[in-house]
Design a protein. Structure first.
Length: 406
């Protein structure tokens, strides 16, 4: 076989070199870093809100009882309706007590007649003592009889008044304005015999109490934060309360804290609190369970971060910030710096304020927190950051409340 001419050898060598160069140019390139939206962390004040389960109770509850013995004749109200103070609710048979009043009035008339007679005899003896027509002993006896008769009149008056009061108790009235409950005793029953029989209850519900509790550990943490200047606690009569109904809707009236227990419940380790809430349309009912959002003061120098930016694992909560990352070469193991990378930052986020987490630790002013494009951001991998588009508001809404400790 004849060897190739020199010109052909050079052409073949050039073709091979060109093919090798093409292969080098077609090597896969690294994709551009993903684009992420960021917000700048800035410290600010936020409401100090406790989120607890509470229970409603009537502002006032009055037991309507039979205060005198007798047969219950009539119920004079509609069960479950509103009644006024002094309105008649039940009628007890008045005849026996009316007879008792008549007897006491007759006894009063008799004692008054005896008192008039005793006074006349005493006056006569006082007139005759100066003429020595009666002895001193007779005068003393007449005056003693006068005083005894006068005392008997007062006793008879008291008995008559007591009988009159008892007769008035046969009309059983409501002691307060409110909503009357179910009848507890039917007509024809003997009531008030030996005890004050419960007939019904009246609840005032145009205002309600909201009863809830706060753990001692939370209370100590709030007081410690206040002592360190990280929080300001409101006075008891300035702390406000809002409630959320079981269906998730918020009640439009705001309540005011009016009681804080000075002792700790030894069984639950909590301190009992109570707020008063207007209920003009009587939408809320006593005994109902609600979510209580109590604003007890203000937190200082905290960060409000949108919920979507806060991630959690088995250990803690964290956010991804744009900063200097560190990547390792999988072949050599050498560590290189990545100037603009997604970096994990552990934070302390214990409560919610509206749609934001209240972050009390782990962040610094100016941190660029990734809030958009999180699924594309890998830890210590480069990212291209830009201001978040239509970022969620980081200011707490008025009356916003926490979701409690997680």
């Amino acid at each position: 076989m004849k060897p190739l001419p020199l010109r052909s050898s050079l052409l073949a060598f050039g073709l091979a070199a060109a093919l090798a160069a093409c292969h080098k140019q077609e090597a896969p390139q690294q994709p551009p870093p993903p684009e992420v939206g960021v917000i700048t962390a800035q410290p600010q004040d936020a409401p100090l809100v406790q989120d607890q389960v509470g229970r409603l109770s009537a502002f006032r509850t009055a037991d309507v009882r039979a205060r005198v013995p007798g047969i219950l004749l009539h119920r004079l109200y509609e069960e479950g309706t509103d009644v006024k103070a002094g309105q008649k609710l039940f009628q007890i048979d008045p005849q026996p007590l009316k007879a008792e009043l008549d007897a006491q009035l007759a006894n009063l008339a008799s004692t008054r007649a005896s008192a008039v007679n005793a006074k006349a005899q005493a006056d006569r003896a006082r007139g005759l003592i100066g003429k020595n027509y009666v002895s001193r002993q007779d005068l003393d006896t007449a005056e003693a009889n006068e005083r005894t008769a006068s005392a008997a009149v007062k006793q008879a008056q008291a008995n008559a008044e007591s009988a009159r009061i008892n007769l008035g108790f046969t009309d059983v009235v409501s002691p307060i304005d409110g909503r009357a409950g179910q009848q507890q005793v039917t007509e024809g029953a003997l009531v008030g015999q030996g005890d004050t029989t419960l007939l019904t209850r009246v609840d005032q519900i145009d205002k309600l109490y909201v009863n809830f509790s706060v753990s001692v550990s939370d209370l100590d943490a709030m007081r410690r934060a206040a002592a360190e200047g990280a929080a300001t606690l409101s006075p008891t009569d300035k702390a406000t309360v809002r409630i959320q109904l079981p269906d998730g809707t918020a009640y439009d009236k705001e309540g005011v804290l009016d009681f804080s227990s000075a002792t700790v419940n030894p069984q639950t380790g909590t301190v009992n609190l109570r707020a008063m809430l207007d209920n003009p349309d009587q939408r809320l009912l006593p005994g109902q369970f609600v979510t209580v959002k109590a604003t007890l003061g203000d937190l200082h120098n905290v960060y409000l971060i949108p919920q979507a930016a806060v991630l959690r694992d088995a250990n803690d909560a964290y956010v991804m910030v744009v900063g200097e990352g560190h990547a390792k070469d999988p072949q050599t193991g050498a560590e290189t710096k990545v100037p603009s990378a997604a970096v994990r930052r552990p934070i302390k986020a214990d409560r919610l304020s509206g749609s934001n987490w209240v972050v009390t630790g782990g962040l610094k002013p100016g941190d660029q927190i990734i809030v958009q494009g999180l699924p594309k951001a890998r830890e210590n991998a480069p990212v291209k950051a830009s201001p978040a588009q239509a970022a969620p508001a980081v200011a707490a809404a008025p009356g916003a409340a926490p979701a409690g400790k997680q």
